[in-house]
Design a protein around this ligand. Structure first.
Ligand SMILES: Nc1nc2c(c(=O)[nH]1)N=C([C@H](O)[C@H](O)COP(=O)(O)OP(=O)(O)OP(=O)(O)O)CN2
Ligand SMILES: [Zn+2]
Length: 126
């Protein structure tokens, strides 16, 4: 069982040394899909999380605090310490959310990051 929450955020960036137009500052409305699962495969048993991987609201709050608030309406080159390709961003988001969720027995199964309406990357568990 996988549980997914989607987000959008707007940000500017440029790719140093890019051979094409992306070397120039430009913006994207990114779409981020975060899919998570239980590390033991068993859904919550008892209490508020009964029958859930994670409450949608809890997942939303974590992604907002750890990712969206740090990237939305930012110049990504100023806030991320790597070349801001969609691949590097998805890898970073995967690691940040894995660190945050692992104590509660939740794993990040997939990060899907759309940079444009027709271009996306995926970072997947194993
Ligand atoms: N593998 C990757 N290739 C490119 C990335 C990336 O992150 N990973 N990024 C860019 C640029 O950021 C660019 O803004 C997006 O590229 P592209 O899809 O080519 O942009 P367009 O939507 O304008 O292209 P269309 O020709 O309209 O499809 C470049 N490459
Ligand atoms: Zn771009």
């Amino acid at each position: 069982m996988k549980t997914t929450k989607s987000f959008t955020f707007d940000a500017a960036h440029f790719l140093p040394d890019h051979k094409g137009k992306c070397a120039n500052m430009h913006g994207h409305t990114y779409r981020l899909e975060v899919s998570v699962a239980r590390n033991n495969g068993i859904l919550g048993n008892g209490g508020s999380d009964e029958g859930m991987v994670i409450d949608f609201a809890d997942l939303k709050a974590i992604v907002k605090a750890e990712v969206i608030d740090k990237m939305d309406h930012k110049v990504l080159n100023d806030v991320l310490p790597f070349r801001t390709t969609a691949e590097n961003m998805a890898d970073h988001i995967f690691k940040v959310l894995t660190d945050k969720l692992q104590a509660s027995g939740v794993i990040v199964d997939r990060i899907k990051l759309w940079e444009t309406p027709d271009s996306y990357v995926e970072a997947c568990y194993e």
